[in-house]
Design a protein around this ligand. Structure first.
Ligand SMILES: NC(=O)c1ccc[n+]([C@@H]2O[C@H](COP(=O)([O-])OP(=O)(O)OC[C@H]3O[C@@H](n4cnc5c(N)ncnc54)[C@H](OP(=O)(O)O)[C@@H]3O)[C@@H](O)[C@H]2O)c1
Length: 291
């Protein structure tokens, strides 16, 4: 009975016994296993700053990977527009993370609506580029409140539920500004350096509970954050020339790495800050030219 199909379909006859024998092997099994590990089917996620830019791209990427997503930002209208494009019954939670009580309320509402939060993406940020001489207490307080206090309080509020399921992946949005010197960003850079430090500390504290904590550090991403700077003559080209991969990042470039960190493919990665910057933060084009 085997003889005829063998003669007709040599490729199938070659592959089927190998896939059956080596389900994690190098032909199909490995590839299918990898895709499986990137799947977020039956997971739940909370993304702050999900109304535009990197947060919106992340919400869409998590949704595509199979997670049910809760979206947080101040603008209910903008969140609604992002949610309308998602396919897995998203939850919209408008909140102002500058408020001290907001993180706790957001976590409670997310847990009530989703039943669990397996993935937390602390993405919302307040940013300012200005000389330090023009920096005042209100600006510093706002940046620390949104970029450091709110992420820490969200994590604190979600630890019990993640611990109960022995499953959690927390991804904090950092920046190259937290890792290298960038101009007119002392307060913003301090907030990003702080979240990287917290990431490493939390990895130790939460690892035994099955919770991983990592940061993603973008370089220059084409979002509203850069809209006004982009209009300055020469800025587009300057960013390109400082980036070894010679282009601006798009929000999806960052979102895809966040999905990886959220997934089982990154199951042994914690306490890490991953630069997603086209090489900008680690490379210095010393002479800016051919020598
Ligand atoms: N773009 C870049 O080049 C770049 C580079 C390095 C790092 N990053 C980091 O990547 C993350 C996302 O940046 P992005 O460029 O996508 O920023 P963005 O386009 O300005 O979006 C920021 C998001 O945060 C929300 N948000 C701001 N303040 C908030 C508050 N008080 N409460 C709740 N939500 C608030 C905004 O929504 P509402 O205004 O509706 O509240 C929006 O959804 C940030 O952590 C940023 O520091 C960006």
């Amino acid at each position: 009975m085997w003889h005829q199909p063998q003669a007709r379909c040599p490729l199938i006859v070659f592959l089927v016994p190998r896939v059956a024998r080596y389900p994690d092997g190098p032909i199909f099994g490995y590839r299918l296993g990898w895709v499986d590990q990137l799947s977020l089917e039956n997971r739940t996620a909370l993304v702050t700053g999900a109304s535009r830019g990197i947060g919106a791209a992340t919400a869409r990427a998590l949704d595509r990977a199979g997670a049910r997503v809760a979206l947080v930002a101040r603008s209910r209208e903008d969140l609604g527009k992002v949610a309308a494009g998602l396919g897995r019954d998203p939850v919209v939670i408008p909140a102002d993370l500058r408020e001290p009580g907001a993180a706790g309320e957001v976590a409670a509402r997310a847990l009530e609506a989703l039943g669990s939060v397996d993935i937390l993406v602390n993405n919302a940020a307040a940013a300012a580029r200005l000389p330090t001489v023009d920096t005042d207490a209100a600006i510093i307080d706002q940046m620390l409140a949104v970029n450091v206090r709110a992420p820490l309080l969200l994590i604190a509020a979600l630890i019990p539920a993640m611990t109960q399921r022995r499953q959690g992946s927390i991804i904090n949005l950092s920046s190259v500004s937290g890792l290298i010197g960038t101009p007119r960003r002392a307060a913003y850079a301090a907030s990003k350096g702080a979240i990287d430090a917290a990431t490493r500390s939390l990895a130790i504290e939460l690892g035994p509970m099955g919770i991983r904590v990592n940061s993603v550090a973008p370089g220059v991403v084409d979002t509203a954050l850069w809209a006004s700077n982009k209009k300055v003559e020469g800025v587009i080209e300057a960013v390109e020339s400082l980036t070894p991969l010679r282009r601006w990042a798009q929000p999806d470039d960052i979102a895809d790495v966040i999905v990886f960190l959220a997934s089982d493919a990154a199951r042994f990665v914690t306490g890490e800050t991953i630069c997603v910057d086209g090489g900008m933060g680690r490379a210095l084009d010393l002479y800016g030219g051919p020598v």
